[in-house]
Design a protein around this ligand. Structure first.
Ligand code: FES
Length: 264
């Protein structure tokens, strides 16, 4: 496969879904059964204000002042078990056998909030002697090769599938000659998946936040337990801005078509 021209804005099969500059950072709807006490109190206060009517002018003013957007989020990073595509418990054995570095499919899970997608990437070689990486920063599994990074670009917040992982050898000319890189098709930022998702080329300048994974060897299961690096793009804090994912988070898969358009 030959590299395409490197001038002009990068192209991508899905780019119609993500116009240049679009930032998709909307909070999801309130989970059933979860009660936001701030919202409830605001509604109670407004109801009381309506009853007092004309005599409650001062109270109404106070109520409106109180009706700020509710703060949603969590106080600390939770321990969240990852589930496979079919809803079963995800195991390291499954990842090592089927989700290897040579697939262009993107595996995603939300953590710690429902609007914060992350890549799950196994950088180990699919076959002995093949291209791959092991003992990468914060990797888990038998080769310390399984890692997770935010799938929201640190430039203007384009999420997967505009953000994509390119298997080694997909394109002949890669940023800095790297083999393991993530590419944002919105404006061309690239990140080194084998080096903590460090930024390779702009316009982004920061690395992607990394989700810290934990391998429970008692049953081979996988947990997300923390996040390091800068906040997820668009949030002052990665812990604020939507509802938490809960105690489990399931993988989803997106197929992409890498087009090998990189900045020189
Ligand atoms: S949003 Fe601009 S490069 Fe990713």
């Amino acid at each position: 496969m030959m590299a395409g021209p490197t001038t002009g804005r990068p192209r991508f099969a899905d780019e119609g879904l993500f116009p240049v500059g679009q930032v998709r950072r909307l909070a999801t709807s309130e989970p059933p059964g979860e009660v936001d006490e701030t919202k409830r109190n605001v509604l109670k206060l407004l109801a009381v204000a309506g009853l007092v009517g004309a005599t409650g002018g001062g109270l109404v003013a106070g109520s409106i002042q109180y009706a700020q957007p509710p703060q949603i989020g969590i106080a600390s990073y939770p321990r969240v078990q990852l589930l496979d595509l079919d809803g079963s418990v995800l195991t390291v054995a499954k990842v090592e056998k089927e989700y290897n570095v040579m697939t262009s499919d993107v595996l995603l899970f939300n953590y710690p909030l429902r609007n914060e997608p992350n890549f799950l990437i196994n950088l180990a070689p699919a076959q002995a002697g093949g291209p791959g990486a092991s003992n990468v920063k914060n990797g888990i599994g038998h080769q310390n090769s399984i890692v997770a990074f935010s799938a929201i670009c640190q430039h203007l917040g384009c999420p997967a599938p505009a953000m994509h992982f390119y298997p080694p050898g997909t394109c002949p000319q890669t940023p800095g000659g790297r083999s393991f890189y993530l590419h944002c098709t919105c404006h061309g930022s690239t990140y080194d998946a084998a080096n903590g998702a460090a930024n390779l080329t702009g316009p982004a300048v920061l690395p992607l936040p990394q989700v810290i994974l934990e391998w429970d060897s008692s049953d081979d299961s996988v947990y997300a337990v923390n996040q390091v690096g800068p906040p997820v793009n668009g949030h002052l804090s990665t812990l604020q801005g939507d509802y938490p994912v809960g105690t489990q988070s399931g993988l989803t898969k997106q197929s992409g078509v890498p087009l090998c358009n990189f900045p020189p």
